[in-house]
Design a protein around this ligand. Sequence first.
Ligand code: ATP
Ligand code: ZN
Ligand code: MG
Ligand code: MG
Length: 470
Amino acid sequence: ASVMELDKMDENDWKYHGEGNKSLVVSHVQHSRVLRLLKYPAEDSENPPQTAEQAFRQIQNIVDFSSNVMSSLLGEKFIHSGEVVKLPLEFVRQLSIKIQHQRPAWRCDKVMDIYSGCALCLPNLTSPGLYQPTHTPPLCIEIKPKCGFLPSPKHVSKDIKTKVCRFCMHQHYKVANGKWKRRSLYCPLDLFSGNRQRMHFAIRHLIEEPQNNFKIFKGGQCIYSSKEGSEESMDLNALLHHLRPYFLYGNNRINSHMTSKSVLNDFIQVLGNALLSGGGDGRVLMDRQGEGRSFCEASLFNMERIRHGSQGLPTDSVLFRILQTQMLDTLDIEGLYPLYRRIEQHLQDFPKERTRLQIDGPYNEAFLEKLQKCSMEDDGSVEYAVAKVHQYRVAMTAKDCSIMVALVPSGEEADDDEGQRRLREFKPPAFSYSVSILDLDPKPFDSIPRQLRLDQKIVSCYLRTGGALP
Ligand code: ATP
Ligand code: ZN
Ligand code: MG
Ligand code: MG
């Protein structure tokens, strides 16, 4: 039977896979498919905040935004937009009961939508294709990188915003408010730097304090992620136990006492290579191919790149494409807010304009054109304001998305001559890999005032306490 024969949907074919702030994901036990269901605040569990038609529209908007807008900005090869499905309500109800006890307590302020019967059906990016059960299962690493650049001094009222990045300031705010027990030392500017040492440092800190920015899946199962509220630090030994078999080769395979440090270093290096690569259907080796050959120090262009935080990122890499899209936020929330107000004012006078200006979609080619055909100069028009707000919203999505890197060891395939040779010659293992981007929901127009308030709170908290914290 096919995966999605709607009259034969059985909750026993699906299991809890994970969740974010806005949606809950279940995966099929046999096929490489997931269902992504909406969530809403638990207070509203008796009366859902929207009708079934509205829920359907919301998910269709997600698909359209991903396939028509984000995919042309980020690169089609990274994107899987999926499709909206209508599920039997009885199936959804049984599913929600079945998975409830597996949900982390800290996510239970929201409940799964069991009323609309709508969901987004996507390929399961943590178990790509079918792998031989006798072979080592694929290793998938999910990174939510957040914003990788500093705003321009032209638009910000507080100097600190041009010195300390948003993620790092937000960390102080989250610890001060009890959201996390410990601050993460991960900095997105390091990850997006394209500099091997800085990227290594960034990934190391993601591993040490994953929060909601880092997860590892093995054969489709989450084996490493943050437990919220936990006082202890992460169990690195358990992780190393999982990773070790993937990094045994040459001498290590023979006497098998590869140090923990070198297992972790190799893992970080392979992950870094995948993030800098062209995106997949390729091989990532452990050698530092091409490093140091990508720019000339005498070039002024190189200075520009350093200033913009994208030093040396290969232009076809997933990190480059995400950073470029994030940088469509050229005005910062402070420079953007007056334009948001201009639109709001205009809509008060001409409510019907909301449709023509595509404030809430549809997210089609015309929407993409509106944001790409934006002139540099503010001519005072509502069209200019709309284009900048559309750009800002697209940048917000790129600041909130996740990268999934799937690594499939290719060294042990019997018919893989290269793999055999690598083992004999004690060369580091090769992985087949693929890179995807997920979680590309449009951010609502009305969330902009909230963004400004949050920005002000984070900055003032940092200025009050942050710089002083250890
Ligand atoms: P956020 O709070 O980050 O906005 P969200 O509520 O929008 O999250 P997603 O990030 O899309 O939800 O999904 C939640 C989690 O489910 C992801 O972090 C990922 O681990 C998993 N997931 C989502 N889509 C897929 C997929 N196609 N394949 C495998 N796992 C997935
Ligand atoms: Zn930072
Ligand atoms: Mg997410
Ligand atoms: Mg999301």
